[in-house]
Write a protein that binds this ligand. Structure first.
Ligand SMILES: *Cc1c(COP(=O)(O)O)cnc(C)c1O
Length: 402
């Protein structure tokens, strides 16, 4: 087989972009000219709907309507309303998703609340490859609750489960390697020992269909500023399966989660629904920014988004194989598209310098110490042509740094 040339790759990309059913979605984003943005896995690009929506929040809602906005502009219910818009993207029937607080805070709320649902069990089993904030918070929750944490490679989950495990905490995607975990299989394994399972979908929501209800997932958290493009620091969402909501006691019993917040009662009574996951006053500007951003997904079939992401990452891998001399970099993300999420991670000893050299060539990626360059392929605005441009820039940048 003759190796693919740059010309072959460019024409393959053109052919794929010409028939891409999601190509039109790129116009829903403001993207700087001359930049290939491959860091949407960390901070999604800005949808065009955001500017006018935020101006309205600031000028009309806050500026003119002032405090009446809590009811007139429905600020008070925004966490639930936005949650219901995310719900179909994660396969959740109404009443189970609310947007409030950061992912980190939600991991803590769910860890403690989850442990309280499994009294008499003393272990947490958690994904060793998790993003560190989850790990820090889980350790703290475990200490408070008198539990131990067993860190495990998700591939070996079955071997460490027993009837003393209260909670299994998994990440849908390994944020460094880009490996996609088998949510159905791992959920089934956790349930087989009677544990609850919590999924973190920060790196998968918005790029593939997710089916929490159908799989019987108990708890989940997800980020809105990555592939959902909600803007820097936008609040995260929390999913609690309907069956657990009545007994779910999250530890941050703030007034927004109270059954009757404005009764100003002296003691806490949780809301009977998912609103019990709320804590304090929502960060309205950020929340409404993220809600407006979600319009970029109107009419988008997440099955198509998944197929396009696989196609983009497949082409990028083929282009790196063709354009970079063998042995110079290592693609550490699985080559099997079924086991890959939205990113391709490339290992190289000079990864930090490579990220800078790529940026000078107009390709924005990110660096994870010590040696990983992450190339993220957000299916709504990245084109196949961008994947080839990025591989060409990588080959060129490698010559500059080595
Ligand atoms: C991005 C990400 C976070 C971010 O948490 P913040 O509270 O928003 O800082 C947490 N966990 C995972 C797995 C992530 O991918």
């Amino acid at each position: 087989m003759t190796p693919l040339t740059a010309t072959d790759l460019i024409s393959r990309a053109e052919a794929l972009d010409a028939v891409d059913p999601l190509a039109h979605a790129r116009d829903r984003f403001d993207l700087p000219l001359g930049v290939v943005y491959l860091d949407g896995n960390s901070l999604g690009a800005k949808p065009v709907t955001v500017g006018p929506a935020v101006a309205d929040v600031l000028d009309r809602q806050w500026g003119t309507d002032l405090i009446a906005s809590w009811t007139r502009n429905d600020w008070w219910q925004a966490p639930e309303r936005f949650g219901e818009r995310i719900a179909p993207m994660v396969g959740a029937a109404p009443g189970q998703v609310v947007v409030a607080d950061s992912t980190t805070v939600n991991v803590f709320k769910q860890a403690v609340g989850g442990l309280r649902l499994r009294p008499g069990r003393s272990r947490i089993v958690a994904d060793a490859s998790t993003f560190p904030t989850n790990a820090y918070v889980v350790e703290s929750a475990a200490e408070l609750m008198g539990h131990t944490v067993h860190w495990v490679d998700p591939e070996g989950l079955g071997e460490v489960l027993d009837d003393d495990v209260a909670l299994v905490m998994m990440n849908h995607v390994d944020y460094r390697m880009g490996t996609l975990r088998d949510m159905p299989a791992l959920t089934t394994q956790a349930h087989a020992c009677g544990a609850l399972v919590q999924w973190d979908v920060c790196h998968s929501v918005g790029i593939m269909p997710i089916a929490f209800d159908a799989l019987g997932v108990d708890l989940a958290v997800g980020c809105t500023y990555k592939y959902l493009n909600g803007g820097p620091g936008a609040p995260a969402f929390s999913y609690v399966n309907t069956q657990h909501i009545p007994a779910f006691a999250q530890p941050l019993s703030g007034w927004n989660g109270h059954a009757d917040p404005f009764a100003m009662e002296t003691s806490y009574r949780p809301d009977e629904g998912i609103s019990r996951m709320r804590v304090g006053t929502p960060d309205i500007v950020s929340l409404l920014t993220a809600e407006a951003a979600l319009e970029a997904f109107n009419g988008v079939d997440l099955g198509l988004a998944r197929a396009k992401t696989q196609s983009l990452t497949e082409l990028f891998i083929a282009a790196v194989d063709a354009l970079v001399p063998s042995g110079v970099v290592e693609i550490v993300t699985p080559r099997d598209p079924v086991r890959r999420a939205g990113q391709v991670s490339v290992a190289h000893p000079e990864a930090g310098n490579l990220v800078e050299a790529l940026a000078r060539r107009g390709v924005i990626t990110d660096f994870r110490r010590p040696d990983i360059v992450r190339f993220g392929f957000a299916p709504l605005y990245v084109r196949h042509g961008d994947a080839v441009t990025a591989a060409l820039a990588l080959a060129d940048a490698l010559e500059a740094v080595t």
